[in-house]
Design a protein around this ligand. Sequence first.
Ligand SMILES: Cc1cc2nc3c(=O)[nH]c(=O)nc-3n(C[C@H](O)[C@H](O)[C@H](O)COP(=O)(O)O)c2cc1C
Length: 196
Amino acid sequence: MTAAPDARPAPGDAETAIRTRRSTIRLTGPAPSEAELLDLLAAAATAPDHGHLRPWRVIAICGDARTRLGEAAAEAAPTADLAERTTAKHLRAPLMLALVFQPRDHPTIPRWEQLAATCAMATTLLLLLDARGWAGVWFGGPYTEAPQVRKHLGIGDDEQLLGYLYVGTSVPGEAVRLRAAIDVRSKLSWLGGTAA
Ligand SMILES: Cc1cc2nc3c(=O)[nH]c(=O)nc-3n(C[C@H](O)[C@H](O)[C@H](O)COP(=O)(O)O)c2cc1C
């Protein structure tokens, strides 16, 4: 099915969202509703994905469930001090989205492509949240590989927890952090001259 030409947003919308998004660490409520989350997830699921395998799932964690997850992670901490900080880290946003990579055996689509598709979905979701006025950050830990955390979240042997999107609302009055220009000249090389 082809979309009507006028169904596409102006290109500037996407570019503005990409250029202005910043990770936000100090988060408060509210957070997106289930309906909005499903809507944004459906949009994020359009990210490039070889074979449309969608080799991922998301666990939304809110309320007391954050405390219980934090306590499970704290069991993996080597010291009491770290355990306390670990539990607290799970309460820094009203909503945590656990990103679960679900690779599957496929004759032509290797695992790395499936991981790339999953990361593309997660990045797109962050951008969509930001464009809607929500705030968030992708954090890897703590202790995503810990057996206690995997068991608590029901991560299967063939799955991998890729961390969490912490989602919520920017703390009022927080200064907007402008991004310094990034010099990418050393990141780009050409073969066969340059395009016109
Ligand atoms: C998979 C992944 C895991 C990350 N884990 C952490 C983390 O554990 N701690 C941290 O300080 N930043 C982490 N980051 C980086 C932040 O999400 C963020 O991108 C970074 O602070 C830069 O901020 P910016 O997105 O506003 O440029 C992670 C990023 C990714 C993609």
